[in-house]
Design a protein around this ligand. Structure first.
Ligand code: TRP
Length: 460
């Protein structure tokens, strides 16, 4: 499949031609200069793409509610690759977002045969403990288990009405042989992603989901489904401005004044329009052109950047009228750090990455054996310089261990000029990684008895 632009969320293979993925799936590129306090992963272009990140940034800037949600597959040990999502979650949390973490125990059962009790142990001892050690703040973080949260499963089931097997075949490549638990897993993930917007879990607000690019199929599915549930559509108006139109569906046609024969009840329709016009005018658009019969309201004075505030208010109205009123989720995508042995990082190949629990000794051995961008002889290296783009120890400093941008810049210059040798790069990586691992390990011990602070009440 490599190179054809397909993404399989359950495979460790896959496409890493990032610009092709961005184009094919219509992602937006991240511009770090537009972010408040950009983090390391943003500044270094590692978080490279997004969907609707501007919506989340807007919440950060005006201090309005924002949720961040991530999920973990409780299989194998936690390694550096997994820490990247947590760095992003932490960044959103520092900018004011509340945090929800889904333990994908149902998905691990469906796709890896991991029992719920094993999944639970792994989730807590391996993942949540390390999240705490990495600096996630428990005061507004909440970890739950898919198997223990009926609202997630109910939403997944309910929203299943908005998709079908053909879409699943197209997105995930499922076939007649795919077992049904596996077919259900993506719908549970849809439930994970949207449920923080339920009243019991924080209510209507944008939710941003930071993931590796392999998880984008789930976001495409969720966004697609959520858009289908909307009772009001907002589209560009042909001659400038925006158009709001009623999306008449089985569950709202009566409420929107459609009578049995298809006739429109003018009074009901007029009262709905009254509400919409009220919303539009409180947002500052004095002139709007209503056409209740066709279910359309034109707002010539609105621009695309008003879409978000109009959307949020209309979702509130949708909820009042009995709809789900869900915001489409936002997402960000990070590049994958290279595996130490050349291929990808994978839990099933321990030599391909550094685990949070690795001893300094194990880590050092891995770094010493890692793929290097150095030349084969010292003479050649001094003359031609090293290649940072292929050098795993350099990449790991850049992705994980060296926080100082100036230091990274200097290391790169030294290496590429040939002044710094491959062995010296490895040594530097080992030093920085040792500090990093030691700190994580100390913090793990600090948190070991306090993990309960991260767990949601329904996860006990
Ligand atoms: N499918 C994810 C994985 O393989 C885990 C997951 C479950 C998840 N629910 C989620 C990730 C919601 C992000 C958002 O790791």
């Amino acid at each position: 499949m490599d190179g054809d632009g397909a993404i399989d969320p359950w495979s460790s293979e896959g496409d890493t031609n990032y610009s092709r993925i961005v184009n094919k799936f219509g992602l937006q590129k991240v511009d770090p200069s537009l972010l408040p306090n950009p983090g390391l992963l943003h500044r270094r272009g590692i978080v490279f793409a997004h969907r609707d990140l501007d919506v989340a940034v807007r919440c950060i800037r005006d201090g309005s509610p924002l949720g961040v949600l991530t999920g973990l597959m409780p299989s194998g040990g936690m390694h550096l690759g997994h820490s990247m999502v947590i760095e992003q979650v932490k960044w959103f949390q520092q900018q004011g977002a509340d945090v929800t973490v889904a333990v994908a125990d149902l998905e691990a059962l469906a796709t890896r045969g991991i029992s719920l009790s094993d999944g639970r142990r792994t989730a807590i001892e391996e993942y949540v403990l390390n999240y705490a050690a990495l600096g996630l703040d428990p005061s507004n973080s909440s970890v739950y288990f898919q198997s223990a949260r009926p609202d997630v499963q109910r939403l997944g089931f309910e929203l299943g009405r908005r998709t079908n097997l053909s879409e699943f075949e197209a997105i995930y490549g499922f076939t007649g042989n795919t077992n049904l638990a596996h077919v259900q897993a993506p719908m549970v993930q849809v439930g994970d992603i949207v449920h923080p917007q339920l009243e019991d879990f924080g209510g209507l607000r944008p939710i941003v989901v930071p993931v590796g690019i392999d998880q984008d199929p789930h976001l495409r599915l969720t966004r697609d489904i959520v858009a289908k549930t909307h009772w009001f559509n907002i589209n560009p108006r042909k001659s400038g401005g925006l158009t709001i139109s009623l999306s008449i569906q089985d569950d709202n046609s009566k409420i929107f004044g459609v009578e049995n024969g298809g006739r429109i009840n003018r009074e009901i329709r007029a009262s709905i329009f009254q509400r919409v016009i009220e919303i539009v005018s409180t947002l500052g658009f004095a002139d709007s052109i209503p056409n209740p019969k066709h279910g359309i309201l034109e707002i010539p004075g609105a621009t695309n950047s008003d879409k978000y505030s109009i959307r949020l208010r209309l979702l509130g109205l949708e909820r009042e009228l009995g709809g789900l009123g869900l915001m489409t989720p936002c997402s960000t995508y990070h590049r994958f750090a290279p595996g130490m042995t050349g291929g990808k990082m994978s839990s099933s190949k321990p030599e391909s990455t550094i685990f949070m629990n690795d001893t300094i000794d194990t880590m050092s051995k891995k770094v010493k054996r890692a793929v290097s961008g150095g030349k084969s002889t010292v003479e050649e290296h001094r003359r031609m310089g090293g290649d940072c783009s292929k050098d795993v120890p350099f990449k790991y400093l850049e992705f994980f261990f060296e926080e100082d941008d100036t230091a990274i810049y200097d290391i790169k210059r030294e290496y590429e000029s040939g002044r710094m040798l491959a062995g010296e790069m490895k040594q530097l990586c080992i030093e920085k990684a040792s500090e990093w691992l030691e700190e994580i390990s100390e913090k793990r011990e600090m948190w070991r008895d306090r993990i309960g602070e991260f767990l949601a009440p329904d996860s006990n």
